[in-house]
Design a protein around this ligand. Structure first.
Ligand code: ARG
Length: 473
């Protein structure tokens, strides 16, 4: 790394800045300016953008077909080189755009200089980055689909499996595991639609906006937009070169999705703990301890939870970068890429990890059922029974139920372990029929309101979910 004292070096004036600077950029300037260490991942998009641009220039008669062919051949050669050897990192060339152009000049000579006609790095980077983010969105949707598919499969398998439902992490009412898993299905479906919306909105091509104001050359922007897979060109050149909300759309969707994955991971972490024992995580997604042989750590789930924090941090990073920038391009915007690349890597991994965790975990259903039976989870069912069968106002029924819970605790039994005499002593209006309501099975079966936890409803939602995913029945 350059020292702050060596402010100048002896390199000759950078070709891009031409004669305005007597000396080359200082080592520090070169280092702070260089984005090639991270934007080299855009090489495919950059070459695709250039090929589309030069083909259009030729069609419009702005460069000759022969020059365009030469340029295109050179670009294809560069693509093959990068594919084979990776992208060289030379800070003097600043970024991927200059790196490709410099190599093109080496290969085909001065004609390479015609490629940048009617173009600026400002519309170039906006186009490259948009294409990259578009692909990241598509990957996110595919990754979500894998988790969704696993959730539906496991929900169907466990439509009748009873577990405690919690509020405040206290046993509240029995629910089915299928219902619990389908709650995450709903969250991830909304995440999916956020990525799909983002894709729709970013479906406009900035190329041809040039530096900021458009260009005097007679471009056909529809041709480049179509060649690069966009629905249409952007409508305002100032907006096109300085808009980064396509990246923020991706990041906010990624944040929300990571947050959901983090909550799901947290469930698995709790369920896998010994006191719960609700799930045995797949070997492939757990680790052992180097010192405690009995340990089986939910590291993958914990990292999914951890990664959510980083993804949210990436989103904040780009929002803060953008918030004070006047139109149009400012170099601050070069800092747009690292947070997006980082977040995308984290999200892709988190989705893959959670798909595996949902698909391959072994749910310990007897243990879940026992936990549901232990926490007086059917207390609400007793109260509801008193309202329905004995026409007692709910508040009073709640009070009577409280007395029954207290007695059950004293006797060390579940609510349905109390005798009819026990119950009659609490309130004479209770009769034998109450036992039909007090089992956990009766409790979940009773919650058959639309969207409720009853197995019939869960099966109905599984079928609907399969249809929404286009899964075969
Ligand atoms: N490396 C730059 C970036 O990522 C490319 C655009 C440079 N444009 C400019 N006017 N300096 O933003």
């Amino acid at each position: 790394m350059a020292s702050v004292n060596d402010k100048r070096d002896t390199k000759n004036s950078n070709s891009m800045w031409g004669g305005r600077f007597a000396e080359g950029p200082s080592a520090i300037m070169r280092e702070i300016n260089a984005s090639i260490p991270f934007d080299k991942v855009l090489w495919r998009e950059d070459i695709a953008g250039s090929r589309a641009h030069v083909a259009m220039l030729a069609r419009q008669g702005i460069v000759s077909q022969q020059d365009a062919d030469t340029i295109d051949g050179g670009l294809q050669q560069i693509a093959a080189e990068y594919e084979r050897d990776g992208v060289p990192e030379d800070w003097d060339l600043e970024d991927i755009h200059m790196t490709v152009e410099a190599r093109l000049t080496e290969i085909i000579g001065a004609v390479a200089g015609r490629l940048h006609t009617a173009r600026s790095r400002n519309d170039q980077v906006a186009t490259d980055f948009r294409m990259w983010v578009r692909a990241a969105n598509q990957r996110a949707i595919a990754g979500i689909d894998a988790v969704l598919g696993a959730l539906v499969t496991r929900a169907e398998e466990h439509a009748d499996s009873i577990m405690p439902g919690f509020t405040h992490l206290q046993t509240a009412q029995p629910v089915t595991l299928g219902h619990h898993l389908l709650a995450y299905f709903e969250m991830l479906m909304r995440d999916r639609s956020r990525f799909a919306d983002a894709l729709d909105r970013m479906d406009e091509c900035p190329l041809g906006s040039a530096a900021l104001a458009g260009t005097g050359f007679d471009l056909d922007r529809d041709i480049t937009a179509e060649a690069l897979g966009f629905a249409q060109p952007t409508r305002n050149s100032l907006d096109a070169v300085s808009d980064r909300d396509f990246a923020l759309d991706y990041l906010t969707a990624a944040s929300q999705c990571s947050l959901h994955l983090s909550r799901l991971a947290e469930e698995f972490i709790i369920w896998a703990s010994q006191p719960f024992g609700f799930v045995k995580l797949p070997d492939t997604l757990s680790t052992g301890s180097s010192i405690m042989p009995q340990k089986r750590n939910p590291d993958a789930a914990e990292l999914v939870r951890g990664h959510a924090g980083r993804v949210i941090g990436c989103t904040t990073s780009l929002m803060v970068t953008m918030k004070g920038l006047p139109l149009a391009y400012s170099k601050d915007m070069q800092d747009d890429k690292p947070p997006v690349f980082e977040a995308a890597g984290l999200l892709d991994l988190s989705l893959a990890a959670m798909a595996g965790m949902v698909a391959d975990s072994a749910f310990q259903t007897p243990r879940m059922r026992k936990a549901a039976e232990a926490g007086h989870a059917t207390a609400t069912d007793l109260a509801d029974w008193l309202v329905r069968q004995a026409d007692i106002p709910f508040r009073e029924a709640h009070h009577i139920t409280g007395a029954a819970v207290k007695l059950a605790d004293e006797k060390g039994v579940a609510l349905d372990g109390l005798t009819i005499d026990d119950l009659k002593a609490i309130d004479a209006r209770i009769d034998e029929r109450v036992f039909d309501a007090l089992s956990v099975d009766a409790s979940v079966a009773a919650r058959a309101s639309y969207g409720g936890t009853a197995p019939v409803r869960v099966r109905q939602q599984v079928a609907a979910a399969k249809q929404r995913l286009g899964m075969e029945e």
